[in-house]
Design a protein around this ligand. Sequence first.
Ligand code: GZL
Length: 307
Amino acid sequence: ESTSATKAPAATPADKKITLGFSQVGAESGWRTANTKSVQDSAKEAGFDLKFSDAQQKQENQIKAIRTFIQQKVDVISFSPVVESGWDTVLKEAKDAGIPVILTDRAVDSKDTSLYQTFIGSDFVEEGRRAGKWLVDTKKDAKEPVNIVELQGTTGSAPANDRKAGFEEVIKSNANLKVIASQTGDFTRAKGKEVMQAFLKAHKDIDVLYAHNDDMALGAIQAIEAAGLKPGKDIIIISIDGVKDGFVAASEGKINFIVECNPLLGPQLMQAVRDVVAGKQLPKRIVTKEGVFTSEDAKRELPNRQY
Ligand code: GZL
């Protein structure tokens, strides 16, 4: 009889080398580079045959890669969905082929959760809340409006949607905190710089930048300095990820607060692959652990950062 819960797929014989097909978003940021390295190093360590594809941030390339993995009859498919929607068809093809799927990093909005075994990644809404909470605490005595500009991540992606939602949920507790402009910088330095230039042209009174990742914040810092302003002083900067370059900028006082987003998902992914191949049932959600860092914290922590 069929049960609503996901049926664990048939186990692969223990001696056969496990083949994992992995579709990566792209190479858009320092975070992504660290994430790719973690997946590749961990697969090697686990003795898995890894088929790795870089989608250059295009959903159609990820769908093509997943179809190729199905053709190749890999044991497990894993991917980080560049956007939340539009996955049901290809995930049903994987399910019909009896190939289990593991989501990492970003989520999909499929209602049918039997289409994947588990989702290993951060709680992006919580990351947005942490960013908002620091600003509310920092500006609790503000008597004047605090003008915030926001550099959003890739349009339609789970991190962009959720980091925006979590931040807004918290800052609404102080009517002085106003988002006066919000636009996507697609998680890249180049776009972050370009959009910040436009923000600076349109608004003479920007107090805070909330960037959904360090790479866009670093691009924005270039634009802020080119405009003769001091990042971290004339414009407070809050960012998310905690990659090395973000920590350097924070230790120099150019970024005031960093919410960490852990890219080192490789070990947890390979363990999940092993468990799925062994026919084990996995929890639907595996949340990665991560912290927050002020400029002071960043100065102290910089030597310990791995990526
Ligand atoms: C978050 C990840 C985001 C990072 C960006 O888990 O999907 O994509 O925050 C990266 O740096 O481009």
